[in-house]
Design a protein around this ligand. Structure first.
Ligand code: ADP
Length: 396
């Protein structure tokens, strides 16, 4: 039997998973179950090729995370009977003010993480259901929590707070920042690629369905566009991004919207989808001739450019910019619109390198280097999990 590490990212109706060899951290398989509780479907890929794509129907269709993890376990046993899962790394959205680094999960840690449920009610309880399901399915494996927030815990206070009475900060109402595993991975890649010497003042734009930007000084996050929740900052696929809180007061008092209705509006019906009325998917907007799709794109580009200027001010200048996430890695047209006339910031883009999504898309003469680097949050989780599992006593 060879030892392997499983990563799990449990959402409200989905479980994403991947399997890595525990020594070389080579990815063996990755996939997801979507539609838990409604029309569950299992998709898995090995070496980029789809190896499974099945609707999970009938009595055995998983309805919750425990059943979903059991399906994944079954798949792994079928396809890779020689592998033994020795550790499971979990993506946990919230580590609150305390968790500055990944941690092995025991009952006490799980209780502390449950206390953060109110800080991320749409994500944290599902993440923790994934942990409970994995503990049942893999009782002998070390379980590790890897947080989206911990990379940002060293923010200076001014970037960690809102201008509310101080007791709110003390009870946890803070600018936490998210996508930390992605940013951490990018910083690690910058080092591996030998680019760190030219990247002391770095802005990373993680532009996917969720989108945020982060100012990183000498490898440490100093500011992020996301705040208390993953709603703040840039407009996203279906999330609004920065909004005047007075709009929410208006919607509640004048329109009588309930907390549930507001939640649905801000998380599911806004952003690119809300503005365009067509889709949350950048590819659909780029392909559309609708003026509303064009307006949604204009807004997205404008807000990214505005945030880039703000984060450059935080860093007092820029050495490098990285674009990542589905849009950052693939949407050359969007990248061009964000960056082509940013000479005032020291950014000069090479249109051919950009169109080809080269690692470096800035010109040789550009004072600020601009890179396109694919992110890999699962790999980051696997790396943390391997390190912690090596030190942790087995729960068995
Ligand atoms: P998530 O936040 O769910 O992980 P991704 O990082 O996969 O999301 O990003 C999804 C976004 O990336 C979608 O808006 C999708 O349209 C966009 N995207 C992916 N490939 C391309 C492409 N070739 N051109 C333009 N946009 C793309």
């Amino acid at each position: 039997m060879s030892d392997v590490i499983l990563t799990i990212n449990a959402g409200s109706s989905s479980i994403k998973f991947s399997l890595f060899s525990s020594d070389a951290l080579r990815e063996i398989i990755r996939g997801q179950i979507d539609g838990l509780g409604t029309h569950p479907r299992l998709v898995a890929r090995e070496n980029g090729e789809k190896v499974v794509d099945t609707a999970l129907e009938g009595e055995t269709a998983p309805t919750d995370h425990t059943a979903g993890v059991a399906v994944i376990l079954e798949l792994l046993r079928e396809r890779h009977p020689d592998y033994a899962v020795v550790a499971v790394g979990h993506r946990i959205v919230h580590g609150g003010p305390d968790f500055e680094a990944p941690v092995a999960i025991d009952d006490a840690v799980l209780d502390r993480l449950r206390a953060y449920n109110p800080l991320a009610p749409l994500h944290q309880p599902h993440n923790l259901s994934g942990v409970e399901a994995a503990r049942k399915a893999f009782p002998d494996a070390v379980q590790v929590a890897c947080f989206d927030t911990s990379f940002h815990r060293k923010h200076p206070w001014v970037n960690d707070t809102f201008a509310l009475p101080k007791h709110f900060y003390d009870e946890g109402v803070r600018r936490y920042g998210f996508h930390g595993l992605s940013y951490e991975y990018i910083v690690a890649r910058i080092h591996e690629l030998g680019l760190a010497e030219d990247s002391h003042r770095l802005v990373v734009a993680h532009l996917g369905n969720g989108a945020s930007m982060c100012a990183i000084q000498n490898g440490v996050s100093v500011a992020s566009s996301m705040g208390f929740t993953a709603l703040d900052g840039l407009p996203m696929g279906t999330r609004c991004g920065q909004i005047d809180p007075g709009v929410l007061l208006y919607l509640m008092t004048e329109r009588g919207m309930s907390p549930d209705e507001l939640t649905r509006l801000l998380y599911n019906e806004s952003g690119l989808k809300g503005l365009s009325g067509i889709s949350n998917d950048m590819r659909d907007l780029e392909a559309s001739s609708s003026p509303d799709a064009a307006a949604a794109l204009d807004y997205f580009v404008f807000r990214v450019r505005r945030e880039l200027g703000a984060l450059a001010a935080v860093l007092q200048g820029l050495d490098a910019v990285v674009l990542t996430g589905g849009i950052g890695e693939n949407a050359a047209g969007v990248r061009h619109r964000i960056l082509h006339d940013e000479d005032w910031l020291g950014i000069s883009i090479d249109p051919e390198r950009n169109a080809a999504s080269k690692l470096r898309i800035s010109t040789d003469a550009s004072p600020v280097k601009v890179y396109v680097i694919p992110t890999n949050e699962e790999f980051m989780i696997a790396r943390h999990t391997a390190r912690i599992a090596a030190d942790a006593p087995s729960p068995a």
